[in-house]
Design a protein around this ligand. Sequence first.
Ligand SMILES: NC(=O)c1ccc[n+]([C@@H]2O[C@H](COP(=O)([O-])OP(=O)(O)OC[C@H]3O[C@@H](n4cnc5c(N)ncnc54)[C@H](OP(=O)(O)O)[C@@H]3O)[C@@H](O)[C@H]2O)c1
Length: 250
Amino acid sequence: MNIKTNYQVTQNELTGKVVLVTGANRGFGRAMTLDLAKAGATVIMLGRDLGSLEETYDEVVDLGYQEPMLYPFDLEGAGPEHYEQLQAGVLQTFGQLDGLIHNAGVIGTMMSIEQYDLKLWYSTMQINVNAAFMLTQFLMPVLNKSADARILFLSSSVGRKARAYWGAYGVSKFAIEGLSKTLSEELEKTNIRVNSLDPGKMKTEMRRKAYPAENSDKIPLPESKSPVIVYLMSQASKDLNGEQLTLSDA
Ligand SMILES: NC(=O)c1ccc[n+]([C@@H]2O[C@H](COP(=O)([O-])OP(=O)(O)OC[C@H]3O[C@@H](n4cnc5c(N)ncnc54)[C@H](OP(=O)(O)O)[C@@H]3O)[C@@H](O)[C@H]2O)c1
């Protein structure tokens, strides 16, 4: 299902909502953090690099938006005990969670399946898939406390139609699509709505790694696409569930 990028963020439309964004320090995660905070949501900014998390936090606060909360966390190394601490912290601080956005990801490397480096395969699947599964499972009890919650998985065109040499990244996004669909069926009768989103190309570090020779001047900035994330966390999108969403130009 196509959705358009030209959503206008209204201040306060997400006031009172708590949304956790993974990889909130830079790229698309940073852009959506700014828009969500502008709309009044309290963003739990999860990321592994405290320095750049703090820079984004400062930007949000300097703009006068809703103050976020920093949560340094390495999705590759974390075990059940770390997820348990996160669950307890969210419960204690906010009492509920209204949005969970699985944005963090790594590209792995461009290589045939035959040649693919084993360690890189494991770490890509750990960050892109296993961590998203664990985070979802551990945060389900807090999402259940919200009257209207959302889980959003960032996907990619290569997770819907296979492309040679995209290796663990492509396979991980196919897995994310499966996780999103399965979960949306299981939660159909609850207050949690689950969807995946292919945001299309964005000028970020990931895109640069995937296409190092590309002239990036004409690649859209993540800021041009992040307003739609506010829509996907808002009341206006409450009828979307189990959708494979694709961002199309306005
Ligand atoms: N850019 C595109 O053209 C494009 C196209 C389709 C889909 N997407 C999807 O959109 C999402 C965001 O991509 P992006 O372009 O913004 O990528 P990006 O600029 O490379 O940012 C990736 C984010 O994930 C975080 N991350 C990676 N490993 C982590 C770990 N072990 N623990 C915690 N955080 C970790 C990074 O943190 P560090 O700063 O610590 O590395 C960074 O914040 C991804 O899911 C991607 O697959 C992007």
